[in-house]
Write a protein that binds this ligand. Sequence first.
Ligand SMILES: Nc1nc2c(ncn2[C@@H]2O[C@H](COP(=O)(O)OP(=O)(O)OP(=O)(O)O)[C@@H](O)[C@H]2O)c(=O)[nH]1
Ligand SMILES: [Mg+2]
Length: 320
Amino acid sequence: MISREPSDLLVAAREGSRTALARLLTYVESGGAHHRDTVTLAYGAPAPYVVGLTGPPGSGKSTLTDRLITLALERGRVDDAESFDQIAVLCVDPSSPFTGGAILGDRIRMQDHATNEHVFIRSMATRGHLGGLSLAVPEALRVLGAVLFPVVLVETVGVGQMEVEIASEADTTVVVTNPGWGDSMQANKAGLLEVADIFVINKADRPGVRETRRDLEQMLDLGAARSWRPLIVETSAANNDGTEALFEAIDAHRHFLGRENLFAARRRRTQGELDKVVATMLRSRVIDLARGSAYEREIEAVLEGRTDPYMAAERLLLEP
Ligand SMILES: Nc1nc2c(ncn2[C@@H]2O[C@H](COP(=O)(O)OP(=O)(O)OP(=O)(O)O)[C@@H](O)[C@H]2O)c(=O)[nH]1
Ligand SMILES: [Mg+2]
């Protein structure tokens, strides 16, 4: 029988137990009794290097991820210094928070790697974490770092606010588009432009690549100047064309980040995580209060015009 204690599980996971690792990630998702201890342990360890891939459904994220895994493992064998001998993949689909594994599992196109002992693939869902995916994902990334995965790939389906936010948890964010991308991403083009370090035009075997590239270049020209101009890479993941170039682009961005820059970006992200934890704790306190009479009293007071929602909220938050 495997222990339920996070510290025991961490030791076992570091020794290679996938069952132990899976349980730690379940603690993160479900926010139950062992959640806090898991997070404390995870944040005491170095963070992994994280590559995020996002883009509309079916754009080819999983196929690309599959190719990148192969390349990373090859490099790990060639170049010991990088020691990318272990790689983890998190698949996140914010549009289906409760289905988690089953549906995503069907869509994962990484079967070749699923049984490889150097690869760990996991679908993320929230099963009770009050902070939702936007907190569960960074915490899961920390757990994977603590279990000594040097690299984690995060595949997030979709291009809405939430998806982009999750993708931008990455050190290197890759936005996967297709020829004729404009239509599918109209709604959040600006948001994507802000977070993308690399744009991929996947399915480059289809017509419209040149127009899409021109479109992207124009957007980048109009966008705010940044110290890193996002790279544009054309791939045909299904045919394994251009995937080396994507790998090189990711590597180039990783080198660009270097130590200092990476640290600055991580500091910003850590602030975001802390803000979310504060918000989550406050919210859970209000939820607790909601079960009590004070909450009811404040609702009555607002209803009767004796107070306004801000004053009511302040009283609820400040007076335990
Ligand atoms: N023609 C063409 N088809 C591709 C290419 N890359 C992927 N596909 C196909 O596109 C479909 C979707 O690929 P996935 O890799 O599952 O895409 P995804 O973005 O992970 O999809 P979701 O996770 O469902 O959002 C599959 O049928 C792939 O075989 C490509 O370069 N060219
Ligand atoms: Mg996919």
